[in-house]
Design a protein around this ligand. Sequence first.
Ligand code: CP
Ligand code: NVA
Length: 313
Amino acid sequence: MAAPIYQPASHAGIITLRKDLDLSSEQLNGLLDLTHPVKQFRQRYASALKGRYLSLLFEKPSLRTRVTFELAIKQLGGDCITQTGMIGEREALKDVARNLARWTDAIVARTFAQDTIDELARWSGIPVINALSDLYHPCQALADMFTLKEHFGRLRGLKLAYVGDGNNVAHSLMLCCSRLGIHFSVATPAGYEPNAAGVAQAREFAAESAAQIEITRNPEEAVNSAHAVYTDVWASMGQECEAEERKKLFAPYQVNEALLDHARKDVLFMHCLPAKRGLEVTDAVMESPQSIAFEQAENRLHVQKALLLMMLQ
Ligand code: CP
Ligand code: NVA
């Protein structure tokens, strides 16, 4: 039988960011190091990706991710096209992937299923960046690591507490922290812990980086002596029908001033945004000087520029 015309792409030599696990500790540290000059000396990189084009695909809504990727590629001298809607509905996913690879240099995709991102990478043969899936949000975690480094001048030995739903953001934070030697403590209601495979992987990384991973039901225990406390929405995109039920279940996990009293005096508050004030966080905490949520949002731009340079230059 003749060989099939199209073979799935091999990923040898291509850096993808399908999930946090795709970056080694060295690449992760290299990326954070590169983000500093990218942020400080914008003009130096103004034509670094001239003539390069990105495909941005969104199955779910976005403010920060869409704006920061569009700006990132344009500020680097390149350009992009943005598509919204389900990927692989009108034609096979593997055909979408191979079309986009003929016209553009990399794909940035926000999807429901993680499989969609894996398949885009497999069939396109070009770098694919996960712009959030149901399982991971690596670009957010990278910006968060950079933001912590800006504040503390180091990462190793810090303690980050995550309170709320063990979701995509929690998974990516846990994997980044465990790689970088940051103690990660997560408090969730029963049944909403980060997934077991992610925890096992994080514990392996932690054994190498000397980080500690703590999973608890008790938010006060999680935030005890934390340098930063992080939360995210209780119902993620795609879980809207569970929002009411989750409101009751997650109420004891709200990040408010009383909870932050159990952390360090100078604790920082972090949120990937969008935030639902009055649910996972109070308005007072969001608006307090401890809140660095908008710095995190700003740094999405800088860290993604560094990521594009790393992948496409
Ligand atoms: N934090 C984040 O990814 O925001 P968007 O959903 O607005 O892109
Ligand atoms: N966990 C949230 C993150 C949004 C940036 C969601 O998936 O909706």
